[in-house]
Design a protein around this ligand. Structure first.
Ligand code: KIV
Length: 284
C-alpha cells in the first residue's frame, strides 16, 4: 500500500485488534518515500474516532478551538486549561493517528522553560503524542528545549494566527524574494531545533516548494499548495460546519452544518405536529 497509512495497521478499518500507532519516525519515512501525510483538526472524542477510522494520519487539537468550540473571534483568548480537556478527549478517540496539541498564545513565548512546562502539561494531563507551536527563529530555543526533554514538536511558520495583529490581518506570507528567504530561515531554524514536521500556512506554492525541498522534515500545507509533504485542514471548514467566510484553499467535502440545520428543523416540525415520537419510539 503506497500510503503512510500502511505504517499503522495495514487494515485500520477491519482489524479487530487496536491499529498500530503512527509515530513521528513515520513522518520522516513518508518524506523519504514520497508518501503524502493527511491531518485534520479535532476537538472531541467522536470526531477523532471517525477521522481515525478513515485513516487520517494525525489530528491537531488546534487553538482554532478558540473559534470553533468556544466562539472567540480569534485564537488569542483560548487557554491551556480550556484546551487540555479537548486534547484528552481526542487522544482517547484516536487509536492510530498521532495526536498533536497546539500550545496556545501566552503559554510559551516568554522562554524555553515556560514552553517546556506547557508542553509537559499537555503530555501528562491530555495524553497527546506531540505539541505544536507557532513561529520560526523566535521560538527556536523553546522548540529545542521541548525536544531535548523527549517531547516531539511540530513547527508552524508562514501565516501564524496567534500573530495576526502583528502581521496586519490574514495576510499571505513568503511573497517575493525577501519573503521566501525569511520563510526558509524560519523553517530551517525550527528543523535545526529538532522539530519532526512543520506546518506552512498561507504561503504561495512556489515558496512552499522551496521550503519543502530545503528541509529534511516533512512540510504540512494549510493553504500552501500541492508541493508540501502533507495536507492539514480545520475539520469544521472542510466538512462545511463553519459559518461565515471559508478560506479559498479549503475544499469542502461535506455540508454538515446544513445537514444538522435541516435535521433540527425537521425535528422541531415533527414535535409540533405530533409525528415524533411515534409508536416505534415508545416503551410498552
Ligand atoms: O489551530 C489550528 O487549527 C491550526 C491550523 C490551522 C494549522 O493551527
Amino acid at each position: 500500500m503506497s500510503e503512510i497509512r500502511a505504517y499503522g495497521s495495514s487494515s485500520a478499518s477491519s482489524s479487530k485488534s487496536a491499529p498500530k500507532r503512527i509515530r513521528v519516525r513515520h513522518f520522516n519515512r513518508a518524506k523519504r518515500e514520497g508518501l503524502k501525510i493527511t491531518g485534520l483538526t479535532s476537538y472531541d472524542y467522536l470526531s477523532a474516532s471517525v477521522f481515525d477510522r478513515a485513516g487520517i494520519d494525525f489530528m491537531l487539537v488546534g487553538d482554532s478551538a478558540g473559534n470553533t468550540v468556544f466562539g472567540y473571534e480569534t485564537t488569542l483568548p483560548v487557554t491551556v486549561d480550556e484546551l487540555i480537556p479537548l486534547a484528552s478527549a481526542v487522544a482517547r478517540g484516536a487509536q492510530r493517528a498521532l495526536v498533536v496539541a497546539d500550545l496556545p498564545f501566552g503559554s510559551y513565548e516568554s522562554g524555553p522553560l515556560e514552553a517546556l512546562h506547557t508542553a509537559t502539561r499537555f503530555m501528562k494531563e491530555a495524553g497527546v503524542h506531540a505539541v505544536k507551536l507557532e513561529g520560526g527563529v523566535r521560538v527556536a530555543e523553546q522548540t529545542r528545549r521541548i525536544v531535548e526533554s523527549g517531547i516531539p514538536v511540530m513547527g508552524h511558520v508562514g501565516f501564524t494566527p496567534q500573530s495576526e495583529h502583528g502581521l496586519g490581518g490574514h495576510v499571505i506570507q513568503g511573497r517575493g524574494d525577501d519573503g521566501i528567504q525569511q520563510l526558509l530561515a524560519d523553517a530551517k531554524a525550527i528543523e535545526d531545533a529538532g522539530a519532526f514536521a512543520i506546518v506552512l500556512e498561507m504561503v504561495p506554492s512556489d515558496a512552499a516548494k522551496a521550503v519543502t525541498e530545503a528541509l529534511n522534515i516533512p512540510t504540512l500545507s494549510v493553504g500552501a499548495g500541492p508541493h508540501c509533504d502533507g495536507q492539514l485542514l480545520v475539520w469544521t471548514d472542510w466538512a462545511g460546519f463553519t459559518t461565515g467566510r471559508i478560506p479559498r484553499f479549503v475544499k469542502q467535502y461535506a455540508q454538515i452544518g446544513q445537514a444538522l440545520e435541516d435535521a433540527a428543523r425537521a425535528f422541531q416540525e415533527d414535535v409540533q405536529s405530533g409525528a415524533y415520537p411515534s409508536s416505534e419510539h415508545e416503551y410498552e
